[in-house]
Ligand binder design. Structure first.
Ligand code: FMN
Length: 306
C-alpha cells in the first residue's frame, strides 16, 4: 500500500521484439466461422493496439492477406518460406495437435470445416500445394474443393507423429526464433532447451485436445523452476481477466496468449468486438497492476519489468 504506481509500464521484450504488454493473440483456426472479418480483421486490429498476432495454419485467410492487414505487427506462422517472405518473424510449432482430438460434440454436429474448404486457405493459396494438386488431379483447387480439402488435410493432419529429431530440420529451414506450444511437463520443457528452442508455451490447448489434461497453470511454476532461466516461457489456457495475466506472470510466464475471449468478441462484434475484448483485458491488467503490482513484486520478485 501507499506505493507510487501512477506511472506504470506494462512493456516487455519477447524474442528480440519490444512489446507494449506481455499479451499475445493465440493461434485460433478457421476464424471465418465466427465472423467474416476473420483472421485479416483480427490481425489488423491487433496491430492497431500493438498486440502480436499468431496465425494458425488452419487459417481461413491467406498468409499474405494477414501479413498485409497486420502491417508492421508481429506475427508467427508455420509455412516457412511464405511466412518468412511476408515478414513473419517467430515460428510457433504446435505440438499437441498433430492429429485432431476425438471431439464428440464436433462429431455430433458433423462439424469438420476443413472437409469443405473452410480453414484451408493456407494450403489453397500455397503455390506448391496448388501445383502438386493440379499435377495429380489435372484440375484446379477451385474445381474440386472437397477433393482439395482432403488433400490438404492429409498434409496438415497426416496422422504421422513428429519427433524431437525433426526439430533439427526446422532449425535449418527457419533462421528466427522457434517456440514450441503445448508443453505440459518438466521433462519436455528440458527437451525443448536441449533441442535449442527459443521458447515454449505451457498450454493444454484449452483442454480441447486431451480429456483430463492437467491444468496448465498448475504445471507452470515447476516448468519455470526447471527451465525459466534458459528459455522464454509463455502461457495459455484459461486467461480470462487482468488478474489471470498477473497470476501467470507471477508464476513465471514472460507472456500470455489469449484464445477464446477474443473469439467471443469476434463472433459478437467482428474485428471491433475482438479489439474491445483485448483492450478490456489490457485495461483490467493495467488497473490491477496499479493497485496490486507492488505487492506482487515484493512478494514474488518475478515481475521485473513492471
Ligand atoms: C476454436 C479454436 C481453434 C483453435 N485452433 C488452434 C490452432 O489452429 N492452432 C493452435 O496452436 N491452437 C489452436 N487453438 C488453441 C489456442 O491457441 C489456445 O491454446 C487455447 O484456446 C487456450 O487458450 P484460451 O483458454 O485463452 O482459449 C484453438 C482453440 C480454439 C478454441
Amino acid at each position: 500500500m501507499l506505493r507510487d504506481t501512477t506511472h506504470r509500464d506494462l512493456r516487455t521484450e519477447l524474442f528480440g521484439h519490444k512489446l507494449e504488454s506481455p499479451l499475445l493473440i493465440a493461434p485460433i483456426g478457421v476464424q471465418t466461422i465466427f465472423h467474416h472479418d476473420k483472421e485479416d480483421g483480427v490481425a489488423g486490429v491487433a496491430a492497431e493496439i500493438g498486440v502480436p498476432y499468431i496465425l494458425s495454419t488452419a487459417s481461413s485467410s491467406s498468409i499474405e492477406n494477414v501479413a498485409k492487414a497486420n502491417g508492421d505487427g508481429w506475427v508467427t506462422s508455420p509455412l516457412l518460406n511464405r511466412a518468412k517472405s511476408n515478414g513473419f518473424t517467430v515460428l510457433l510449432v504446435t505440438l499437441d495437435t498433430w492429429t485432431l482430438a476425438w471431439r464428440p460434440a464436433d462429431l455430433d454436429n458433423a462439424y469438420l470445416p476443413f472437409a469443405s474448404g473452410i480453414g484451408d486457405q493456407t494450403g489453397f493459396s500455397d503455390p506448391a500445394f496448388r501445383r502438386k494438386f493440379t499435377e495429380k488431379h489435372k484440375k484446379e483447387v477451385e474445381d474440386d474443393v472437397f477433393l482439395a480439402s482432403r488433400e490438404w488435410a492429409n498434409e496438415v493432419f497426416s496422422g504421422a507423429a513428429h519427433t524431437w529429431e525433426q526439430l533439427e530440420l526446422l532449425k535449418t529451414e527457419w533462421d528466427g526464433p522457434i517456440v514450441l506450444k503445448g508443453i505440459q511437463h518438466v521433462d519436455d520443457a528440458r527437451m525443448a532447451v536441449e533441442a535449442g528452442m527459443d521458447g515454449i508455451v505451457v498450454s493444454n490447448h484449452g483442454g480441447r485436445q486431451l480429456d483430463g489434461a492437467v491444468g496448465s497453470l498448475e504445471v507452470l511454476p515447476e516448468i519455470v523452476d526447471a527451465v525459466g532461466d534458459q528459455i522464454t516461457v509463455l502461457f495459455d489456457s484459461g486467461i480470462r481477466t487482468g488478474v489471470d495475466i498477473i497470476k501467470a506472470l507471477c508464476l513465471g510466464a514472460k507472456g500470455v496468449l489469449i484464445g477464446r475471449p477474443f473469439v467471443y468478441g469476434l463472433a459478437i462484434g467482428g474485428k471491433e468486438g475482438a479489439k474491445d475484448v483485448v483492450r478490456g483485458l489490457l485495461a483490467a491488467f493495467d488497473e490491477f497492476a496499479s493497485v496490486r503490482m507492488r505487492l506482487f513484486t515484493l512478494d514474488n520478485g518475478l515481475i521485473r519489468h513492471i
